[in-house]
Write a protein that binds this ligand. Structure first.
Ligand code: AMP
Ligand code: GLY
Length: 424
């Protein structure tokens, strides 16, 4: 197949690596990609991935068989709609269904209508409504921006003044959401959907806070592991957990969106908190999660292209369920100095080849550019070290050993990714 992937992060690198690993001779093109992706795929530098007309025109002229949309921006811009109008298979929801991620208020409404378990929430339009809602829900306070904020629009704090200050920053441009605080471990579960049938991938845990011990600001994600061994203690088995979320979350939401005339074709990302009262949805995303994708797809043993193509063409029901390796996967993100607030970019990276040479390890580039002989860090999250192993202890040791080979002035990373499961 000739496949066009849109995006430039480690998630897109993971998608490209999984497509290439099939050994099916796919011709993979990526717009815009990064220095790591360029080693496996052809970069299309002059195509704006956020322009519906440009992407549809390119896919048409170049006879692209399948377009895979990585990030949320092209979805929200309507790139999938433009492709579908031309009959080009695309993995990614249209603009209307992508509001599941783009608008927290829309997601709450759909969840309510579909009977999906989630925390209580109130929309505050001004300071008075905000203060009233904070007092109603009490501490810890949870305040969210309504629109896309790259994982940084949320504050969870016991400090009422900090919650107010955070909300003030967003209230100028629209309402904010005040939510009931939910307590429990978090799980990310991905579903591939063709608008009707859904297929679950293997669960992963993401580490959203910037620093060890879940301290510091929320980020896009600093590391992840998959599968989640402790799900078996709580739910009997991972399969039972996945079946419950499929039945109570993914299927009702996909059915509801179909009934509303906005079918969800693409990746439904369920961000879950496992509370003592049961599973609750904290957020949906309309795309693969980053960095969870790096560990989930590293374990995928069935072909990714046919899964995504079946979703894009409405034939998921006849597609076999995806399968996963018994190996476990751990990924650690290397971040630039100052990430997430004000990342310093443009510095040279060293030791990436040595890290890549470590046993069981590969590197998924997030924000890199090659300039002559040098590899430069061009963003906040720079790269992911991804390690597979027979046990979490092994995968974790491999990941941190490889990370130790990499140099980037001022960089930081978490040292506790998958630490709690490393006896499993
Ligand atoms: P979100 O962008 O909605 O995924 O939120 C980012 C992070 O904030 C989540 O991964 C949680 O760790 C935390 N969070 C969001 N909503 C809640 C909530 N209602 N209760 C507790 N923590 C939350
Ligand atoms: N890792 C969180 C996200 O992709 O939104």
């Amino acid at each position: 197949m000739r496949i066009l992937v849109l995006g430039s992060g480690a998630r897109e690198h993971a998608i490209v690596l999984a497509l290439a690993a099939e050994g099916a001779g796919h011709e993979i093109r990526v717009a815009p990609g990064n220095a790591g992706i360029a080693e496996t795929a052809t970069l299309v530098a002059d195509l704006d991935p956020n322009s519906p007309a440009a992407v549809a025109g390119y896919a048409n002229t170049e006879s692209i068989d399948l377009v895979v949309i990585g990030p949320e921006a092209p979805l929200v811009a309507g790139v999938a709609d433009a492709l579908r109008e031309r009959g080009i298979p695309v993995f990614g929801p249209g603009k209307a269904a992508a509001r599941l991620e783009g608008s927290k208020a829309f997601a709450k409404r759909v969840m309510d209508a579909a009977g999906v378990p989630t925390g209580r929430a109130t929309r505050a339009h001004d300071r008075a409504e905000l203060e009233e809602a904070l007092d109603e829900y009490g501490s810890p306070f949870v305040v969210k921006a309504d629109g896309l904020a790259a994982g940084k629009g949320v504050i969870v704090t016991e400090d009422r003044d900090a919650a107010l200050a955070h909300a003030d920053g967003y209230l100028a441009s629209g309402p904010v959401l005040v939510e009931e605080f939910l307590s429990g471990p978090e799980v990310s579960l991905f579903f591939v959907s063709d608008g009707d049938t859904v297929r679950a991938l293997s669960p992963a845990q993401d580490f959203k806070r910037a620093y060890d011990g879940d301290e510091g600001p929320n980020t896009g994600g600093m590391g992840a592991y998959s599968p989640i061994p402790w799900l078996a203690d709580r739910f009997g088995s991972e399969a039972d957990f996945v079946a419950e979320v499929t039945r109570t979350v993914a299927e009702p939401v996909v059915r509801r969106l179909d009934e509303e005339g906005t079918p969800f074709i693409g990746l439904l990302y369920a961000g879950l908190i496992l509370t003592d009262d049961g599973i609750r949805v904290i957020e949906f995303n309309a795309r693969f999660g980053d960095p969870e994708t790096q560990v989930v797809l590293a374990r995928l043993t069935s072909p990714l292209s046919s899964l995504l193509m079946s979703a894009a063409s409405g034939t998921l029901e006849t597609e076999p369920a995806p399968t996963f390796s018994n190996d476990v996967a751990v990924t650690v993100v290397l971040a630039s100095e100052g990430y997430p607030e004000a990342p310093v970019t443009g510095r040279p990276l060293g030791g990436v080849d040595a890290a890549e040479g470590s046993e069981g390890v590969h590197i998924a580039h997030a924000a890199t550019r090659r300039e002559g002989d040098e590899l430069l860090a061009t963003g906040g999250r720079v790269l992911n070290v991804v390690a597979l192993g027979a046990t979490f202890r092994e995968a974790r040791e491999r990941a941190y050993h490889a990370l130790g080979e990499i140099t980037l002035e001022g960089s930081h990373h978490r040292t506790d990714i998958a630490a709690q499961v490393s006896n499993d």
